[in-house]
Write a protein that binds this ligand. Structure first.
Ligand SMILES: Nc1ncnc2c1ncn2[C@@H]1O[C@H](COP(=O)(O)OP(=O)(O)OP(=O)(O)O)[C@@H](O)[C@H]1O
Ligand SMILES: [Mg+2]
Length: 256
């Protein structure tokens, strides 16, 4: 059974068909790139997968369940997590608390335990803190755990977003332009980190990215969107030489 099965997704926004007849299948341990020119519909696909937008047509199945009409708050519980193209952290909250908040939905203590501060509450609080720090170490942010998220550099904020998404223990992680705004060295480090995360946590990752070097180095399979339609799907080698893809990126210059 595939982890994610998306069939014939279409979404219209007042007259504009942002995504049209889009299908994709992902297994439990895949790393797939979703690429395409600006406005191609990539983020809109993430928004449909995570319940931010409801597709006009089509079906989304995740871990064997139909999640087409799911609400965003339910999606984390189903173990799908995402990062945002425009970073969305709790800016006035510490780096550590940003990650701890993500663990909360999995916590087993109930309101009774927490109001009366029973031992179970403290034990779980300690456990969460330890796990959060471990994740921060992986992302080289543990030395900044008491900083406000707003005080981190752009690259660090992007890493913190991924750390926070991982704290929700996803089976599928959706990354929307994780390298945007990073310098070449940060991007190189991020490439290694994503590879490591996928293998260590044994998860699947669907990655939107404009940095072609990162996409080509990292992804086993690449799906290309143009004007809301899938125009190609294949290995990095196949995509690099695909005429339609070259044309989508270079426009009419590709004919020259
Ligand atoms: N809420 C909305 N209402 C109307 N149109 C929208 C809305 N959201 C997105 N669109 C349009 O849908 C199309 C796809 O947008 P989307 O943000 O998914 O593209 P993208 O591939 O993520 O682009 P980029 O690489 O620039 O992030 C665009 O034409 C965009 O203007
Ligand atoms: Mg986008």
């Amino acid at each position: 059974m595939p982890l994610l099965e998306v069939r014939n997704l279409t979404i219209r926004f007042e007259g504009l068909i942002a995504v049209s007849d889009f299908s994709i299948t992902m297994g439990e341990h895949d790393l797939v790139g979703l690429i395409g020119p600006n406005g191609a519909g990539k983020t809109t696909i993430f928004n449909m997968l995570t319940g931010v937008r409801t597709p006009t047509e089509g079906i989304i199945q995740f871990a064997g369940e139909d999640i087409t009409k799911i609400k965003p708050y339910q999606i984390t519980k189903k173990r799908m997590a995402r990062t945002f193209q425009n970073i969305r952290l709790f800016k006035d909250v510490s780096v550590l608390d940003n990650v701890k908040i993500s663990f909360n939905f999995r916590v087993k203590y109930n309101l009774f335990d927490s109001i009366f501060r029973l031992p179970k509450f403290f034990r779980e609080e300690e456990e969460i803190e330890e796990k959060a720090i471990n994740i921060l170490k992986i992302f080289r942010l543990d030395n900044k755990k008491h900083e406000m998220a707003a005080n981190l550099s752009y690259g660090e904020q992007r890493r913190l977003e991924i750390a926070r998404a991982l704290a929700a223990s996803p089976k599928l992680l959706l990354l929307d332009e994780p390298a945007a705004g990073m310098n070449p060295q940060e991007t190189q480090e991020l490439t290694e980190l994503i590879k490591w995360v996928k293998n260590e946590y044994k998860i699947s990752i669907l990655l939107i990215e404009h940095d072609m070097k990162l996409v080509m180095n990292l992804c086993e399979k690449i799906v290309v969107l143009d004007y809301g339609k899938k125009i190609a799907e294949g290995t990095p080698e196949e995509i690099k030489t695909n005429k339609q893809v070259i044309k989508a990126y270079l426009g009419d210059d590709a004919d020259a």
